[in-house]
Design a protein around this ligand. Sequence first.
Ligand code: HEM
Length: 276
Amino acid sequence: MSIRYFKRRRVRSALLLSAVLIIAMLPFRWIDANLWRTEEASGWTLLLAIIVLTLLALRKRVPTAPLGRVATWVQVHLYLGLGSAALALAHVGWKWPTGWLEGSLYLAYWGTFISGVAGLYLTRTIPKQLARTGEQVVYERIPRLRRLIADESQRSVVNAVAESGALTLANFYQSQLFPYLDAPRSWWYGLRPTSELRRKLLGELTSLNRYFSAAERTAAERLFALVRKKDDLDFHAAKQGVLKGWLFGHLCLTAVLVLLSLAHMVTVLAFRGGPG
Ligand code: HEM
């Protein structure tokens, strides 16, 4: 499918969303004109929207249920999620609500909304960055794959020492390469992964090449490949970790939002003095 198709589809969807929002706002104008409480109608509609948005979590947990494609649910989620901002503004107006419950609820709503928009960016960009690396890996398997790489590197170096008796590679491996190959990266790398360390290590390995014996040279070639593989794993761990962390945050905010919405609904129903 061409980029132009996607652009056209996006413009069509945005126009559709605008039309739906304008139509959705009409009843509020009518309700206003008829002196019934606008906040009540927009409040119920917003609560319904939040419930539908939250249901995506359940839909994703039962992918085989005959409830429409998950991809369609996600599309509906994105447009409804963005559209819900208009409902929130219609419900509260351009001011910060008074009262701790309402204030916290509004904060939870905008927190969820903003995290959703951030997630839209992350879920659209990270998979493309991951696709550019050699191999695709499952997040949960990364520690095991890291272990295998460290083990294989160790074996290559031990064999080279046994074959040639030379220690140039072994010394470099012990002081520089093993700590890198054996451990996960820092949390800072997790936020901003770069290939700087990989380039530095490979550069040092290359500059030692002229001192290596034949057996060490063969082992060094294998180490080159293993360092690259390990770097790709670290990149996957960092980027997939960000996606997982984001989703967890979005879900936690959703849970807070739903609880506060229900508490708000109960207090409104308990204290309301009849319609109008
Ligand atoms: C404001 C109310 C919102 C609520 C209550 C909400 C809730 C949720 C829930 C429950 C999930 C499913 C998480 C899971 O278990 O996998 C989800 C996923 C997601 N949400 Fe929201 N969301 C909201 C707004 C938004 C907005 C405004 C956007 C962006 C425009 C957005 C973007 C996403 C994305 C990209 C996903 C992941 C979809 C996927 O798995 O491909 N959300 N959201």
